[in-house]
Design a protein around this ligand. Structure first.
Ligand SMILES: Cc1cc2nc3c(=O)[nH]c(=O)nc-3n(C[C@H](O)[C@H](O)[C@H](O)COP(=O)(O)OP(=O)(O)OC[C@H]3O[C@@H](n4cnc5c(N)ncnc54)[C@H](O)[C@@H]3O)c2cc1C
Length: 418
C-alpha cells in the first residue's frame, strides 16, 4: 500500500512526486509510467526553453508559475549541475500592424516585473545580426535547458527520498474500495491512499477511469520542427520569436538555440490524428473519432478555421514553413532546414470550443487530476509540484482528505462528496 500514487512519469508527475517526498518525508510515494523510460512525451519533446512569463495574463497561474518557475528552474539546475544557460530572447515585430502588440507585450513584461528592454532594429541586430525587423523587445531572463536532464535528476532525487518509480506500467482502471484507491495496471494491481493524475495527453481519460468528468477533453496538437544544418547555425545566437497572436500565443514559429547548440525552428501546431502521433501518418481511429465527435472541436474549428488551414499548409509545405521563418531571418533557405523530432501538446478543450488557457487541476475523492498542463509547465515544474503537494492532504488511514477544485485560476474548496 502506497500513500501517494502518481500516474505519469513526465516532468509534472516527477516534480509532484519529488515535492510530496519533500513535504511528507515518511510518505510512501509511487510513480507509475506506461513507457519503459521517463519523459518520453511532452517533457522530452519540447523547445527546451526556460520561459520568463512575459506572455501570460497578469493574475493567471501561468504567469505566476512561469515567473517563479523561471527562478526555481535556474536554481535547481545550478544546484544540481544541470547544463543550462540564461541566454535571453528577442521578440520582434516584422510588420507595422505588430508594433502595438509588441508595445503591449513590453508593457506586460514591465507589469510582471521583468527587466525587459524595448529595442530599435539596430539594437536587435547587435544581439541577433541576421534578424530583420521594425522593433524588438529583449527578455533577458529567458533560458534554455534539456528537460530530459531535469526529469532524470527529479527521478534521482525521488529515489533518494525513498520513492519508487515504476516504468512499463500502464494504468488501465481506477476504483475505490473502503477509502483505498485500487489502481489496475498492465502489471497488476496497486493500492494507494491518494492518487495524482499527471498523465498529460491521457489525463482526461485517466480522470474518467476514476469516474470524474474533468469538464474538458484533451485534443492533441502536433508541433513540428526543423533544425538548421550545422553550417548555418551561426544565423541564430539565442532565441528569436515573432510577436504572438494574442488568441493563440503558441502559434508562430520561432528559432531556438538548444542547450546542445543545435538550432530548432518551429513548432507549428496541427491537429494530430493520434494522442501520441508524432508523424503526419500516425493515426489512431479511436483517438480521432473521439476528437471529431467532440462538439467543442467543431466549435473551435468553425471559429479558427483560417489559422487551422494555415498551420496545415505550413505542415505539408516546407516552402511555406521557410517563408514564415524568413520573416524573422530573410537569409534562411529551404536547404538550410532539415526535419527533426516533433512534439504533441496535450491541449484541453471545453465543450463550448474554448481552449483551456490556464492550468486545469480538478479534484476527485482522494485524487487530484492535472487536466491541462500547457507550456510553461516544464519551466514551472518545481513550482507546480510544490503547489500540488501543498494542496494534497497528508494521507492517513483514518482521515478522508478534503477535496480541492482548481479551475480557471481559482482554487475552491469543495466538500468531500462523501
Ligand atoms: C512542442 C512543445 C514545445 C514545448 N516547449 C516548451 C518549452 O520550451 N518550455 C516549457 O516550459 N514548456 C514547453 N512545452 C510544454 C511542456 O513540455 C509540457 O507542458 C510538460 O512537459 C507537460 O508535462 P507532463 O508531465 O504534464 O506531460 P508528459 O510529459 O506528456 O507526461 C505524461 C506522462 O504520463 C504517461 N501516461 C499517460 N497515460 C498513462 C497511463 N494510463 N498510465 C501510466 N502512465 C501514463 C505518459 O507516458 C507520459 O510519460 C512544450 C510542449 C510541446 C508539446
Amino acid at each position: 500500500m502506497h500513500d501517494y500514487a502518481i500516474i505519469g512519469g513526465g516532468i509534472v508527475g516527477l516534480a509532484t512526486a519529488m515535492a510530496l517526498g519533500d513535504k511528507h518525508p515518511n510518505a510512501n510515494v509511487l510513480v507509475l509510467e506506461k513507457e519503459q523510460d521517463l519523459a518520453q512525451h511532452q517533457s522530452g519533446r519540447n523547445s527546451g526553453v526556460i520561459h520568463s512569463g512575459i506572455y501570460y495574463k497578469p493574475g493567471s497561474l501561468k504567469a505566476r508559475f512561469a515567473r517563479e518557475g523561471n527562478r526555481s528552474m535556474n536554481k535547481f539546475c545550478r544546484e544540481h549541475g544541470i547544463k543550462h544557460e540564461v541566454c535571453g530572447k528577442v521578440i520582434v515585430a516584422t510588420k507595422a500592424a505588430e508594433l502595438p502588440l509588441l508595445d503591449n507585450l513590453f508593457q506586460r513584461g514591465l507589469d510582471h516585473g521583468l527587466a525587459v528592454a524595448r529595442l530599435s532594429p539596430e539594437q536587435v541586430q547587435e544581439i541577433e545580426p541576421h534578424v530583420r525587423c521594425l522593433a524588438g523587445v529583449k527578455v533577458p531572463s529567458t533560458g534554455i535547458v534539456n528537460y530530459r536532464d531535469v526529469s532524470a535528476k527529479y527521478v534521482e532525487l525521488i529515489k533518494l527520498q525513498g520513492g519508487t518509480v515504476q516504468t512499463g506500467t500502464r494504468v488501465d482502471r481506477l476504483r475505490e474500495v473502503n477509502g483505498i484507491q485500487l489502481i489496475e495496471t498492465s502489471r497488476g494491481e496497486f493500492e494507494a491512499g491518494f492518487i495524482l493524475n499527471c498523465a498529460g495527453l491521457f489525463s482526461d481519460r485517466v480522470a474518467r477511469f476514476g469516474g470524474l468528468d474533468p469538464g474538458a477533453k484533451i485534443v492533441p496538437f502536433r508541433g513540428e520542427y526543423y533544425e538548421l544544418v550545422p553550417e548555418r547555425r551561426y544565423l541564430v545566437k539565442s532565441l528569436v520569436y515573432p510577436v504572438p497572436n494574442p488568441s493563440f500565443p503558441f502559434l508562430g514559429v520561432h528559432f531556438t538555440r538548444m542547450i546542445d547548440d543545435s538550432v530548432h525552428a518551429g513548432p507549428n501546431a496541427v491537429l494530430a490524428f493520434m494522442r501520441e502521433g508524432y508523424r503526419r501518418t500516425d493515426i489512431n481511429f479511436a483517438d480521432l473519432f473521439e476528437t471529431l465527435t467532440f462538439p467543442g472541436f467543431w466549435k473551435l474549428a468553425r471559429k479558427h478555421y483560417q489559422d487551422g488551414i494555415m498551420e496545415m499548409v505550413r505542415s505539408v509545405s516546407k516552402r511555406t514553413f521557410t517563408k514564415s521563418l524568413q520573416q524573422l531571418i530573410p537569409e534562411v533557405t529551404e536547404d538550410d532546414l532539415i526535419p527533426t523530432d516533433s512534439g504533441v501538446r496535450a491541449q484541453a478543450l471545453m465543450a463550448d470550443g474554448k481552449l483551456v488557457d490556464d492550468f486545469l487541476v480538478v479534484s476527485g475523492r482522494n485524487s487530484i487530476h492535472v487536466c491541462n498542463a500547457p507550456s510553461p509547465a516544464a519551466t514551472a515544474s518545481v513550482e507546480i509540484g510544490r503547489f500540488i503537494a501543498n494542496h494534497v492532504p497528508e494521507v492517513t488511514s483514518t482521515r478522508r482528505p478534503l477535496c480541492i477544485c482548481l479551475a480557471n485560476q481559482q482554487v475552491c474548496r469543495v466538500n468531500d462528496p462523501a
